[in-house]
Ligand binder design. Structure first.
Ligand code: AMP
Length: 453
């Protein structure tokens, strides 16, 4: 007996993640070959009648759902891991301590993403805790210079973090391969890292593993701070922490010296080391053993090459101070002489809290948020997502495929409005696209970057 499309769709149905124990995808399937997820609109459910009910035209979502349970090649790809959920997996990008990172494409939106794949059997309780912090920090961070997390996908043996793809490599490899950055490139790169860290600290997230390897580029100079595995959320910025995290060459002296430390000041120190590395191509503290490195850092002895411009030298000295509370605050860094010629895109530099333009800007921003929301909803509809899919989806459920598509489309809409635009150094050729920038949602209420013009 033939099976109608509606019947086939009923045979494989993923419950909204919110209804599932442990917030995992749960496939209820009569023919359960593999772990996949699929979406159906329950309004499709009706009496089995192939001739009457088979629609002439399937939406992309319906086609994908059908392929995932009917098409032999798609099913095989799902079994061998060439597909995970709605993502088509391609080549290897890199390796971490507990993960492999692969390039992938969303089967519906066609956007490129990076899949960070973790083998669940290798995750002890400590690693699981770090991972859940990584997920929780990334979920809260929507900033142009922080790598986006779109979705988390779980199969019986693996966990997949679906991340924004940063195809421009990392800062460490860039400097190792091409040498130190020019003064202007250092300014543009450092300004973006500062912007990201200021945003994080404003919502009490501490990175704790800032290093050149964790600064990725989505294009040749657009920075994405990545790897939140050691991050933590504190109740306030004076919360004392006591876990040693991060990479020793970037570690602040108090991490070796004291019983506890203040998170934001440890991130600030690491930024000083990063800045030194960017402008000189070498590390300020070097030693053959960890013991010697530790001594070097505690003594705070380093020398800045004389050819580093004076304002940059002053900034490095202001950051790399052995006494944590004497270190430059982020706002001071943003206002320092060295960064004076840097103009942040308007999107990165929200207006001061109260000024006569505030109401106008607020309403302009609300209009833009609505416009963006409409654009995303329109694209979702074109792909075949119904109002019911959206209503069933918990808005913040990072383990839902609807959230994955939503976040990818939302990021795409934000990028088309210039949210990934770069700061510029006055005197450099301006990008005309930047001129039309508007305030970027999510930064407005939390960041007080000054407009350095
Ligand atoms: P991780 O496990 O985060 O240390 O990542 C391992 C390697 O994969 C890194 O060194 C990066 O080169 C690469 N990588 C990680 N995330 C991404 C991404 N979102 N886009 C591109 N490459 C990435």
């Amino acid at each position: 007996m033939k099976t109608g499309l509606k019947e086939r769709q009923r045979n494989i149905f993923v419950h909204p993640a919110s209804e599932m124990p442990g917030s995992q995808y749960q496939v209820t399937s009569i023919k359960r070959h593999h772990s996949l997820y699929s979406l159906t609109d329950s309004s499709d459910a009706g009496p089995e009648d192939e001739a009457v009910s088979a629609p002439l035209h399937l939406t992309p979502l319906e086609k994908l759902n059908t392929d995932m349970c009917k098409d032999e090649k798609t099913i095989k790809d799902l079994i061998i891991g060439r597909r995970v959920g709605f993502y088509k997996v391609r080549g290897e990008i890199g390796y971490g301590t507990f993960s492999r990172v692969k390039l992938a494409f969303h089967a519906l939106t066609k956007d490129k993403v990076a899949l960070k794949i973790l083998d669940k059997t290798r995750l002890d309780s400590q690693t699981q805790r770090l991972l859940s912090r990584e997920i929780s920090s990334m979920e809260s961070l929507q900033h142009p210079n922080v790598l986006r997390l779109y979705e988390v996908l779980e199969t019986p043996s693996r966990l997949h973090l679906v991340l924004e793809y940063a195809g421009g490599g990392d800062l460490h490899s860039k400097i190792c391969n091409e040498g130190k950055l020019s003064d202007n490139t250092s300014k543009i790169t450092f300004a973006q890292i500062l912007s990201a860290i200021k945003f994080m600290h404003n919502i009490n997230i501490i990175h704790r593993d800032l290093k050149a390897e964790n600064v990725l580029f989505s294009s040749s100079s657009c920075v994405k701070v990545a790897d939140f595995g050691f991050s933590t959320r504190v109740t306030n910025r004076n919360t004392a922490l006591d876990t040693f995290c991060g990479s020793p060459p970037y570690a602040a002296p108090e991490l070796f010296r004291d019983e506890c430390y203040l998170g934001p000041l440890v991130d600030v120190w690491a930024m000083g080391v990063l800045l030194f590395f960017m402008v000189t191509g070498t590390m300020p503290f070097r030693a053959e053993t960890i013991g010697k490195l530790r001594r070097c850092i505690i003594e705070g002895v380093y020398s800045i090459p004389p050819w580093v411009p004076g304002p940059c030298q002053r900034l490095i000295r202001g950051i790399l101070k052995p006494v944590p509370t004497e270190r430059c605050a982020i706002d001071q860094m943003l206002g320092c002489d060295w960064l004076l010629p840097v103009e942040f895109p308007w999107s990165l530099a929200p207006p001061e809290p109260v000024n006569p333009l505030q109401n106008l800007l607020d309403s302009e921003c609300r209009d833009m948020e609505e416009e963006e929301e409409e654009e995303v909803r329109g694209s979702l509809e074109e792909l075949g997502f119904t109002t019911e899919h959206l209503l069933n989806n918990q808005p913040k459920d990072i383990r839902s495929p609807v959230t994955g598509v939503y976040r990818i489309l939302q990021h795409r809409a934000q990028k088309s409005r210039g949210c990934d635009s770069l700061p510029v150094v006055r005197g450099m050729v301006r990008d005309p696209k930047r001129e039309g920038l508007r305030a970027y949602r999510g930064l407005r209420h939390t960041s007080k970057l000054c407009v350095l013009s």
